[in-house]
Design a protein around this ligand. Structure first.
Ligand code: NAP
Length: 288
């Protein structure tokens, strides 16, 4: 039952009607008997400033930020976490009414890393990660994986974008990443431990598309797709046929949500709660 003490959370984006965050977070509040509610808000670019300051004025506890506002929201934040600074994008906002601050974080990269670590049962140190993509999500995963001492190779349809990320990493972290092109794609895939699709290829409605064909997928690797609709993408189906261990995009979604909950509520999210969040998301995806 809502009352004047109910903590209010939400996600802002455009479009937003298919967001899975409300069911995922509401499942946690119900399980943990937390007096809180979570809503999805469709916010246009022109209203972004008003939306952030309005939420602040209404004493919201926190917001998630999704496409297309993860970068433009930086203008309205007055403190930013180290990780969000590196990634140059914010997906989680905490309103701190003691210090009077709007604080920006990015949990996408950590969410992906936690999803991989859970599935591998070990850390990423020294692991060779091959990433398809150089967009916002790829960037978050790349920076977080480097912070966890993994080695990174990047392949992107538009090679120049991968090169730009590589240059930035050299400048900001003094680390090297490999930029992969068509001529060395197969060798680099064979040489990697973990292969991640961080592009939107294979996302609904283009469910018959895979970022690479079956003959390019090496046998027995760890393969992750961050696309979560459908839960089992074409890429993951093909990877299973090559005896790979697969990790779906719902895991990343759930772990990044868990990181947001830690930031907002200092909530320790155990594997039981992760399971409850995953179940809520999967049920919603199946219903849609
Ligand atoms: P983005 O910034 O728009 O980047 C899109 C990426 O996909 C770029 O690298 C782009 O390559 C590539 N791409 C798009 N269409 C392509 C095609 N037909 N062939 C080859 N490459 C193509 O998007 P984003 O925010 O990074 O999101 C990417 C995907 O991750 C989306 O499906 C999103 O839903 C998902 N995601 C999942 C989670 C999760 O928690 N599981 C979190 C965030 C995002 P170019 O540079 O060449 O255009």
């Amino acid at each position: 039952m809502n009352n004047s003490k109910t903590k209010i959370f939400g996600v802002i984006g455009h479009p937003i009607e298919h967001s899975l965050s409300p069911v995922m977070h509401s499942a946690v509040f119900k399980e943990k008997k937390i007096n809180a509610d979570y809503f999805a808000f469709d916010v246009d670019e022109k209203n972004l400033c008003n939306a952030i300051h309005g939420a602040d004025a209404l004493k919201f506890c926190g917001l998630n930020v999704t496409i297309p506002h993860k970068i433009s929201v930086l203008k309205y934040i007055n403190k930013i976490s180290e990780e969000a600074k590196l990634i140059n994008a914010v997906n989680t906002i905490k309103f701190d009414y003691v210090e009077n601050l709007i604080i920006g974080y990015n949990t996408d990269g950590t969410g992906a890393i936690k999803a991989i670590e859970k599935n591998l049962n070990r850390g990423l140190k020294g692991k060779k990660i091959f990433i398809f993509g150089a967009g916002g999500a790829a960037r978050a995963i790349i920076f977080s994986a480097l912070q966890n001492n993994a080695e990174i190779s990047i392949y992107n349809r538009t090679t120049e974008k991968a090169i730009l990320i590589g240059n930035e990493i050299k400048k900001r972290l003094n680390k090297d990443v490999k930029i992969v092109e068509n001529f060395n794609l197969k060798d680099e895939l064979n040489d990697s431990d973990i292969i991640i699709n961080a592009t939107s290829v294979g996302m609904f409605p283009n469910v018959d598309k895979s970022v690479i064909s079956k003959e390019y997928i090496p046998e027995g690797k760890v393969v992750m797709d961050i696309v979560y609709n459908p839960i089992e993408t074409k890429f993951l189906k093909l990877a299973k046929q090559k005896n790979c261990k697969v990790i779906d995009g719902v895991d990343m979604l759930v772990y990044q949500g868990a990181e947001s909950l830690k930031i907002w509520l200092n909530l320790q999210v155990d594997e039981n709660l992760i399971g409850i969040m995953r179940k809520a998301v999967v049920e919603k995806l199946i219903r849609n």
